[in-house]
Ligand binder design. Structure first.
Ligand code: XIL
Length: 325
């Protein structure tokens, strides 16, 4: 019993859930839920993989140039080790939750190259050998498949992507190196953009092992099974593995029988596609417990995106995932 047990039977490496370090996750009024939360997270057999939701991001690990702090990241990475779970590490180079000093300085190309090399060397070096995978570059693309403007792109162009992967490959040769982004779960200009990034790295002989489909989806307007299969195959055909790395499927609150039924079908489709395409190796929920979801903070009228409600009863979508596995 447990989603991970079913996922392994279905041929996946893992079914997992991201979780926040206590320093980040503590919410006033929720202290009493942690025993039950932690039981499901670490002990229940539902999950055999985790990702630190925030603790390895630039803002936390290098808040000041050359000053590294691994405290938040370590909380989740050491729990992963303690419970023998796969660890996905997240995220080395990203325009968001970036330390302000990176954006506030006017860099020459050489200086910014050094900043990236130092960051990746230190951070990937610190967790060397512990990460099944690293999200090396996160969210480099716009919806139309062009590159997103960021301090990295504006100063270095696509070279920053090559530099990040090259450096990560040197520092932690055993970690699978992923490009990770959202809205890659159905064929589009953006999925073509991500394929272009993979091919660029491959053409240059730079190690790239996977594409992470974040899979922040919407219950009321979800893709079909076939659309998901096509998108996943598009990446797998390039010879890289695919994972659903941040799965959640939000709905317009309040939850009711109708939007929960759509959510169930949406979860079933996307997990089912991962099971059906050989190159898709695992699924990570972006937390499993609704009160700890990022969704209501970012999408005002939406929520209930995960598989466990506030009272720890399961969404109908839990059964959708079981059916897909
Ligand atoms: C989110 C976290 O869940 C929030 O706690 C945080 O405030 C913002 O970031 N894409 C990503 C994740 O790659 O790192 C983001 O996580 C969600 C979108």
């Amino acid at each position: 019993k447990g989603l991970d047990v079913l996922a392994k039977k279905a041929g996946l490496k893992y079914f997992g859930s991201a979780t926040d370090s206590p320093g980040q996750r503590e919410r006033a009024g929720y202290e009493e839920v942690y025993p039950q939360y932690d039981q499901i997270m670490w002990e229940s057999g539902e999950f055999s993989q985790t990702t630190p939701t925030n603790g390895q991001k630039w803002l936390f690990v290098e808040p000041t140039r050359g000053v590294f702090n691994y405290t938040e990241g370590d909380i989740v990475t050491s729990l992963a080790k303690k419970h023998g779970m796969y660890l996905r590490c997240h995220a080395l180079v990203w325009h968001s939750q970036l330390a302000p000093w990176v954006e506030e300085t006017t860099w020459t190309a050489d200086e910014l190259r050094q900043v990236i090399v130092d960051h990746v060397t230190k951070v990937a070096g610190y967790w060397k050998g512990q990460c099944y995978a690293w999200d090396v570059v996160n969210e480099a693309l716009n919806e139309d498949g062009t590159y997103r403007e960021s301090v990295f792109y504006n100063v270095l162009g696509e070279e920053y992507i090559k530099l990040a992967f090259e450096t990560a490959a040197k520092v932690d040769p055993k970690a699978k190196l992923y490009y990770n982004d959202y809205n890659l779960e159905w064929p589009s200009a953006k999925t073509e953009g991500a394929q272009r990034i993979v091919k660029m790295l491959q053409d240059e002989g730079i190690k790239v092992d996977g594409v992470g489909l974040q899979a922040h989806l919407v219950a009321e307007s979800h893709p079909t099974l076939d659309q998901h299969i096509d998108a996943i195959k598009g990446f797998a055909d390039l010879g890289v593995e695919v994972a659903l790395t941040e799965l959640d499927i939000r709905l317009t609150v309040p939850a009711n029988a109708s939007n929960l039924a759509m959510q169930k079908e949406a979860y079933k489709n996307v997990v089912g596609a991962c099971v059906q395409v050989d190159g898709c190796i695992g699924v990570t929920l972006w937390d499993f417990y609704d009160p700890f979801s990022w969704v209501p903070y970012v999408f005002n009228t939406e929520g209930a995106a995960l598989l466990w409600f506030e009272d720890f009863s399961k969404h109908p979508a839990y059964d959708g995932v079981v059916e897909a596995l």
